[in-house]
Write a protein that binds this ligand. Structure first.
Ligand SMILES: [Zn+2]
Length: 108
């Protein structure tokens, strides 16, 4: 019985990197588990999988850096006469050629 407890204890220590990876919801938890399982018995393999489990998953760059202007949603408004998209600072609609009221300046 003491041997079984010892075995579970050792296995728990051995698979700490995998446990951490699963606990942190790592995208590559399976790869960390594979490295942990196959090379964990070498000290270097265990340390590499341990450090790997502590790294953060990369956030897609496009979500972080893409400016909203790229979608053409800013600096645009709708002409009240023909409902076309026109530049926010336009005073004459380029589609229906009618005067559109200039936007009130934002008060800061
Ligand atoms: Zn218009």
């Amino acid at each position: 019985m003491g041997f079984l407890v010892l075995l579970v204890f050792v296995a728990a220590i051995y698979f700490i990197p995998t446990i951490i990876a699963l606990g942190r919801g790592k995208q590559n938890a399976v790869a960390i588990f594979a490295l942990n399982l196959l090379l964990g018995w070498t000290f270097v393999g265990w340390v590499v999988s341990f450090v790997w489990s502590l790294t953060n998953d990369p956030v897609p760059v496009s979500i972080l850096t893409q400016p909203v202007q790229q979608f053409g949603l800013t600096n645009v408004r709708i002409c009240p006469h023909c409902h076309s998209s026109i530049p926010a600072e336009a005073s004459v609609c380029r589609y229906c050629q009618r005067d559109v009221a200039a936007l009130p300046r934002q008060l800061n």
